[in-house]
Design a protein around this ligand. Sequence first.
Ligand code: NAP
Length: 322
Amino acid sequence: MMRALQIDECGRPPAVAARPEPVPGPGLEPVRVVAAPITPLDLLCATGTSYFGTPALPYVPGVQGVGSAGGRLVWFPTAAGMAPGDGSMAELALARAEDLVELPEGADPYAVAALGLSAVAAYLALTWRGELAAGEQVLVLGGGGAVGQAAIQLARLAGARRVVAAARSAAGLERARQAGADAVVPLPPAGSDDVAGLARRFADACDGPVDLVLDPLYGVPAAAGARTLGQGGRLVNLGSAAAETCPLDSATLRSRSLRILGYTNNELSREQRAAAVTYVAEQSAAGRLAVTHEVVPLERAAQAWEQQSSGAADGRIVLAFD
Ligand SMILES: NC(=O)c1ccc[n+]([C@@H]2O[C@H](COP(=O)([O-])OP(=O)(O)OC[C@H]3O[C@@H](n4cnc5c(N)ncnc54)[C@H](OP(=O)(O)O)[C@@H]3O)[C@@H](O)[C@H]2O)c1
């Protein structure tokens, strides 16, 4: 038997349970899990309201993790909550052999787990979808989240000349500052519809027109961010942490031929994802990329899950299995 976190009912907190060790089928490899982050995607899938539908119950959550497989330290993805099967939040998990990504020498498993797909999304939304070029100015919304903190550092690594970040909470603003933002702008409380006022505060913090907005929030922050863009500027949306819709006016969009783009990790090829994980892990091992995180033992997982879903956690919570 092994210990695992288990979702018994959608919308209810998970609990630690004893479960039989999974038996690898064809193409699957067992991974002795070291670290598994609790991410927004895990929380969303467990509500049963995601666009993947209601998961078959009970199941072990966790769409990614770091562990040892065949004597190697690897990062691995799972489809837990999005398709039938169990995820990474167990002492032993199964992953497709071709999905395993061996981590470079010196990589810290907890730091890489905290970065994981959040940093992959930040990296590819900036560089692949957003076509960030050296010397450009970037505005990162949600700069205190895992995606935002990673985006601030990754934009810098890609040669951005100025990186401005926006965050909602005092703690989020501080995390964005720590990540290296040149300036940080507080976001108004939820319910504010003052797009023009926020756009003015963004413009004050920026050095002329913005080239690229990295947007995990949507809603009023995205509409205000779009107004800071210069001719041909790009806004890449990868989440809706603030709102599902966005009051973006046509004049802003058409007058500067803006490009509003969507991004999802689910579209990546296996090779693209592996290359991005490798880049993220290399930058982490070199001390150039990190997101604030707290390592919590499995015994405290149910409480940690609640903390992460209520927004009370100080950064990403990573479950430890050793
Ligand atoms: N498309 C993809 O492939 C992809 C990949 C990864 C993540 N995402 C999405 O991107 C979003 C952020 O992910 P994450 O990993 O950075 O999550 P996270 O670490 O949990 O951070 C959430 C962020 O959202 C901010 N936030 C939450 N509610 C807000 C509101 N009402 N107004 C303004 N800001 C708000 C928080 O601000 P404070 O820090 O100020 O509290 C924090 O910065 C999530 O929606 C996630 O699902 C998408």
